[in-house]
Design a protein around this ligand. Structure first.
Ligand code: GLU
Length: 507
């Protein structure tokens, strides 16, 4: 479909947890790359060293691994376009900044932090509360456009710190075709002279993203809508440095909305739902933010839910496997308006996926959750039977702990209050008789157990309802769980009898 090999990239800055929106960007990149038999690259954008957070990079790769969205090229996989970490590419950017200066598209600025501060204070007005370094201000500052050439040379020669800024043209309309939004235009007069190269020689995001998309031969660049305002700067850099015909096609993905506006980490804490892909502990504050993985989401459900946050295939179908998404995804069907995140709907996706996932895959996931909860479930055959019995009751993988732990270990507590007030001698005698019946039962299956149980209850003038709830509480500890005779059948004769005996001793 495209005459060049499709190459897309996800370019995170390692500054903290990986937000839902970030994983959706990864997903759309991944689906597009797979659909077009292209390459999916992860490039670490760590040029802003002041925002660097230890552990964040490794965490991002762990999230991608869990979600099944691993790249073809990155600091982990390697590749022919490395290094894949911008801080290690520092020497590559300088020449582009110099070229822009030589061509008159950028200039040296020597203003000190104190001078910039003063500028912001001096030019602050009610209409313009935070003045920017733009075409009006630049004429009043210390830069290579205002200072005599000799002085500029002397300042550079003496090692005076400087940055390189883009010289935004006046009254120029910069446009490009966004794959989602169509034609997008900006007037350059309202855009400030962004720094391209910092005093320490590190590029800023703007220069690095354009240079690297060029050097890595990126054909399509998908990123969050919050980057739309930066796009005219990038388009100009493409025009000045490499030619617009080489520029990737852009798509700016819609915002993900929470209960009030843009979905934030704070919404998660406030409403009790995860916002990050996996648990993230901020190394500075030790604050833990919960992730979808640990909350009990299946990766299949997580990416299915994310795919539909902004896209649909037009048929109303909601459940998609990854392969179906690869086949059906299209940027044309991504809408530009914000996509509302609904946690109840996210759980619905997970419930549906728990119901339909291949048994062996679901077993592996449940095993991990059980291991984390110290539940000894070593017997795969029993585990499969248990899962089949309780999975309809689970929205989250973590629900399996409550719904099924009692199959593998005796309940830690019993809801005695639900039984004691209505307990009597007749019921005690009934259960003693049941123990004997169970001991002698020729076969051990749910149908026969139920039949015997009801017959003996009737012979003791008890309605089944009077003894079924106590029986359930004896086996599972509380008023929950699947059909009680299915439980007894799976627990087995010995364990069922021992739980009845133990319970009777508590009364
Ligand atoms: N480093 C930017 C970020 O953290 C990447 C934006 C882009 O994809 O161009 O989101």
């Amino acid at each position: 479909m495209y005459n060049k090999k499709v190459r897309v990239r996800f370019a995170p800055s390692p500054t903290g947890g990986l937000h839902l929106g970030g994983v959706r960007t990864v997903l759309y990149n991944y689906l597009f790359a797979r659909q077009h038999k292209g390459d999916f690259i992860v490039r670490i954008e760590d040029t802003d060293q002041s925002r660097y957070v230890p552990g964040a990079e490794e965490y991002i790769f762990n999230c991608l691994k869990w979600a099944g969205l691993e790249p073809d090229e990155s600091v982990i996989q390697g590749g022919n376009y490395g290094p894949y970490r911008q801080s290690e590419r520092k020497p590559l950017y300088r020449k582009y900044a110099d070229q822009l200066v030589a061509d008159g598209h950028a200039y040296y600025a020597f203003d000190t932090p104190a001078e910039l501060e003063k500028m912001r204070a001096d030019f602050k007005t009610e209409q313009n509360p935070s003045p920017q370094y733009d075409r009006h201000i630049r004429t009043k500052m210390r830069n290579s456009l205002t200072l005599p050439q000799e002085e500029v040379k002397a300042l550079i020669a003496s090692g005076t710190p400087y940055v390189i800024r883009i010289k935004m043209p006046e009254e120029q309309i910069v446009s490009f075709t966004d794959m989602i939004r169509g034609e997008v235009s900006f007037n350059t007069s309202v855009i400030d002279d962004k720094v391209l190269l910092k005093a320490d020689g590190m590029p800023t995001y703007h220069l690095a993203v354009v240079a690297d998309d060029y050097l890595m031969e990126i054909t399509h660049a998908f990123r969050g809508e919050e980057w739309l305002p930066s796009s005219p700067v990038h388009v100009l850099l493409w025009q000045y440095l490499f030619g617009l015909d080489k520029m990737p096609q852009w798509a700016h993905l819609p915002l993900i909305l929470g209960p009030n506006g843009k979905l934030s980490k704070r919404d998660g804490a406030k409403y009790g739902f995860p916002v990050f892909a996996m648990n993230w502990t901020d190394p500075k504050t030790n604050e833990l933010t919960e992730g979808f993985k640990e909350k009990g989401f299946l990766p299949e459900a997580f990416i299915n839910m994310l795919a539909l946050l902004g896209w649909n295939d037009g048929t109303g179908q909601e459940i998609f496997t990854k392969d179906e998404l690869i086949e059906k995804f299209s940027m044309k069907r991504v809408h530009s308006g914000g996509a509302k995140f609904d946690y109840e709907k996210a759980k619905w996706f997970n419930r549906e996926w728990i119901k339909q996932l291949e048994p062996a895959k679901l077993r592996e996931q449940v095993k991990q959750v059980f291991a984390a909860a110290n539940i000894p479930a070593a017997d795969d055959i029993l585990l499969d039977q248990v899962i089949l019995l309780v999975k309809e009751r689970c929205d989250l993988l973590t629900d399996f702990v409550e719904q099924a732990a009692f199959f593998f270990r005796a309940p830690e507590a019993y809801d005695l209050d639900a039984v004691k007030p209505k307990w009597n001698e007749n019921k005690s005698l009934f259960f003693v008789e049941m123990i004997r019946n169970f001991e002698l039962a020729a076969v051990w299956n749910a149908t026969d157990l139920e039949h015997n149980f009801k017959e003996i209850a009737a012979a003791n003038h008890l309605k089944p309802g009077e003894v079924l709830l106590p029986f359930r509480i004896m086996l599972v500890g509380g008023k929950f769980g699947p059909h009680v005779f299915d439980i007894a059948a799976l627990l087995g004769r010995g364990e069922t009898i021992s739980r009845i005996k133990h319970f009777l001793s508590l009364l």
